[in-house]
Design a protein around this ligand. Structure first.
Ligand code: ADP
Length: 436
């Protein structure tokens, strides 16, 4: 703490339409303060005189009108850039705003936007910008994350929908895992379905199933909530550019009734989508370019990010610390399930063999050693409902299995909330974690 206080501060002045790009490592902290002018991080405005702290982040402070920043700490990378695609992103927002205005007048649905492109082209960042701009104009759009690698809303492996009606946290991006954990079981918990794997290609049938469930839930939400209905939603995806990806994209477009398809930073994908949807009156295909500031994140960084997300879910963030509860649970009081007998992607099977029949088969896990160090999703399903409906239900929260005792038939779990587990059925995916 003291060492940080002694660190010198520096001033950075940004001209009109410039941005300050920076990277910070996980174990260091930097701070940024807006002294004068206006500035935003992925669309969310910084307040003047407030110190924002970052760790393990790559981001940019952008200004439309110029500003002065005060920064402190050790950046891994830092530079100022004056070439950004922000004007085209703003124009995209204005076009969506137009659809929202029409929707309001005609009692219609707002824009249903899907953002696609390879890994690391700035899809999540663009979604944040579009969501923030809508919010700043008084809308309350839904942010849908079908990116199971990252867990930008809660745990990795989930698909989620969050109604954005409050300002997005500059430091933590979209609400942190901590706040979702703190709200476990309550109505502010984002709507989440558990897929349990990192890549959509690992179990395409299951991935489609959980995203269909999510789309149905959003449809019912929009039916009763006029604000959300007019604002529409923005769907963030994982990099989907191979043939499995194309299949998934088309599935998402059908299910979510997408009418604006944004292709980010990939010419061939844009041309292919244009061929498929170009003559379709219902879907407009738009091409946007990638920002030069987007950083490719290596495998190690992504794993680190996943671990941080899991850790935050239980222990919170510096701003909102949580103390999880460790509990002993009887073997007989819970039921743990996993999905699919063949966890190999269909492409790995011999030609002509179809794995899809058991891809969504529920299998009860009786060998508890298998669950050791696993993240388990608590399925929001009542005991009276048939077990084969488990995959159709959303998630009430997550627990972590820290120890198993086969002999005594007990497992030790870590949970963000005290007391008995709210539900009995738990879903296991492929995510393992070790407390450090
Ligand atoms: P994708 O969703 O396509 O994988 P992201 O939006 O997550 O890509 O961007 C990849 C990384 O680059 C993220 O860490 C993000 O914060 C960072 N990033 C995006 N845009 C910029 C920018 N203009 N300046 C600096 N870093 C950026």
């Amino acid at each position: 703490q003291e060492k940080e206080d002694l660190e010198p501060t520096r001033e950075i002045t940004l001209g009109i339409d410039h941005e300050f790009r920076f990277e910070v490592e996980f174990n260091t902290k930097v701070s940024v303060k807006l002294q004068k002018g206006t500035a935003e991080i992925f669309g969310t405005e910084l307040a003047v005189g407030v110190t924002y702290t970052f760790s393990g982040r790559k981001a940019a402070v952008y200004t439309w009108h110029g500003c002065t920043l005060e920064v402190k700490g050790q950046f891994l990378v830092e530079y100022t850039a004056n070439e950004t695609p922000m004007t085209s992103y703003l124009n995209m927002h204005l076009a969506l705003e137009q659809i929202r205005q029409n929707a309001k007048q005609n009692q219609d649905l707002g824009p249903r936007v899907l953002v696609i492109g390879p890994h690391d082209v700035g899809k999540t960042s663009l979604c944040k910008i579009l969501v923030s701009y809508s919010l700043r104009q008084g809308g309350s759009p839904i942010y849908v994350s079908l990116d199971t690698t990252e867990g930008s809303i809660t745990m990795p492996g989930t698909v989620t929908a969050t109604c954005i009606s409050n300002i997005i946290d500059v430091e933590e991006g979209f609400g942190s895992s901590a706040t979702t954990a703190a709200s476990m079981g309550s109505s502010t918990m984002p709507l989440a379905y558990y897929y349990g794997f990192e890549s959509p290609a690992e179990n395409v049938k299951l991935y489609k199933l959980v995203s269909s469930q999510l789309s149905e839930a959003i449809r019912s939400r929009m039916a009763v909530d006029e604000e959300c209905r007019n604002s529409g939603f923005i769907i963030d995806t994982a990099g989907l550019i191979d043939h499995v990806g194309y299949d998934i994209i088309q599935h998402i477009i059908r299910d979510f009734n997408v009418n604006v398809l944004i292709v980010l930073g990939h010419e061939r994908l844009y041309s292919d989508m244009n061929r498929i949807y170009g003559s379709n009156q219902k879907v407009s295909v738009v091409k946007l370019s990638k920002s030069g500031g987007v950083v490719e994140r290596d495998r190690q960084f992504k794993i680190r990010l996943q671990r941080t997300k899991i850790h935050e879910y239980f222990y919170g963030t510096p701003k909102c610390e949580l103390s999880p509860y460790s509990m002993l649970v009887n073997h007989d009081d819970i039921k743990i399930w996993r999905v699919g007998d063949v966890i190999a992607p269909s492409s790995a099977l011999p030609l002509g063999m179809d794995s899809s029949s058991n891809e969504t088969q529920l299998v009860k896990v009786d060998n508890y050693d298998m669950c050791l160090h696993s993240i388990l999703a608590i399925v929001n399903i009542d005991q009276t409902e048939p077990e084969n409906r488990i995959l159709e239900n959303n998630v009430a929260g997550f627990i972590y299995v820290s120890d198993v005792d086969e002999e005594k038939r007990k497992v030790t779990i870590l949970s963000p909330s005290p007391g008995r587990l709210p539900k009995k059925h738990l879903l296991m995916g492929s995510f393992k974690w070790m407390e450090t």
